[in-house]
Ligand binder design. Structure first.
Ligand code: HXC
Length: 256
């Protein structure tokens, strides 16, 4: 399978496995990603690592050979397929990290941007080069990039197709952290460990509240924050967390 799902302890691992084509995304792989997202949602995994097989690439984007010669309606269906697959990953209730250890271009970077976090090795290179093909990003890139790096930087990257390295990506906030190592799964696990010790409920509400900040006017966002904060307050885990603090012990969260 060109999209593989495995589990390692509390982590789900989605691997793009087409290294001979730098893990370029065929349409069938987008369908597989959507299916895999549903499997992950039904699993007890506490976090997701997304990575690409082989030493050279996370993912070099949509498969250009497959994109060629399609009629306009087929192309629109393709864009919707990619958007839907990545939206399903983004909507998972557990945090996810894309481990970018080589190239992440076009649809590959769009996949990484659908994850909660992105980490990159020092040699990673990324960009949205679609403009060089006479195209524009179609799997969410024009919408997620400005939310991550701001409108001016997003326009510059999308309209130039420029490749940036890991350092620049970290500087503009596209990548959360630069990490060193050869094993993407181990790197992902080490990064995600800082998020998985807490209540799943609080973690999800925190993420949702922050995500709403960019999608709503301030007054509405503040209302959502107070609603989610009140909801968190009513969980078993909030009761346990506050009680454990007062009793000077480690809390035992139940994700409830
Ligand atoms: C199909 C691809 C591919 C791609 C690489 N390959 N990228 N095949 N689609 N996106 C294949 C090559 O054809 C080659 O196969 C093999 O992978 C190795 O690639 P090389 O080019 O020989 O490697 P290298 O010289 O190291 O260059 C790496 C690279 C380059 C810089 C990443 O491959 C590249 O520029 N790729 C295209 C990147 C890109 O433009 N992505 C955006 C696509 S559009 P063979 O058989 O020749 O050995 C997109 C959004 C579309 O993602 C959204 C529309 C709705």
């Amino acid at each position: 399978m060109a999209v593989e799902l495995s589990f390692s302890g509390q982590y789900a691992v989605l691997t793009l496995n087409r290294p001979e084509a730098l893990n370029a995304l065929r349409f069938s792989m987008l369908e597989e990603i959507a299916r895999v997202a549903d499997t992950i949602a039904a699993s007890p995994a506490r976090a997701l690592i997304v990575t690409g097989a082989g030493p050279k690439a996370f993912c070099a984007g949509a498969d250009i050979k497959e994109l060629m010669g399609r009629d306009i309606l087929a192309q629109r269906r393709g864009a919707e397929l990619g958007q839907n697959a990545f939206a399903r990953l983004a909507a998972l209730s557990i945090p996810s990290v894309a481990v970018i250890h080589g190239y992440a271009f076009g649809g590959g970077l769009e996949l990484a941007m659908a994850c909660t976090f992105r980490i990159a090795t020092p040699q990673a290179k990324m960009g949205l080069p679609e403009i060089k093909l006479g195209l524009i990003p179609g799997y969410g890139g024009t919408q997620r990039l400005p939310r991550l790096v701001g409108e001016a930087r997003a326009k510059a990257l999308v309209m130039s197709g420029r490749t940036i390295d890991a350092r620049e990506a970290e500087h503009i906030g596209l990548v959360n952290e630069i990490v060193e190592g050869d094993d993407p799964v181990a790197l992902g696990q080490a990064y995600l460990a800082q998020f998985t010790a807490f209540s799943k409920c609080a973690s999800l509400f925190a993420r949702e509240a922050v995500e709403r900040a960019l999608a709503t006017p301030l007054a509405e966002g503040l209302r959502i924050e107070s609603d989610l904060s009140t909801l968190a307050y009513q969980t078993h885990d909030a009761n346990e967390g506050m009680r454990a603090f007062v009793e000077k012990r480690t809390p035992e969260f139940k994700d409830a």
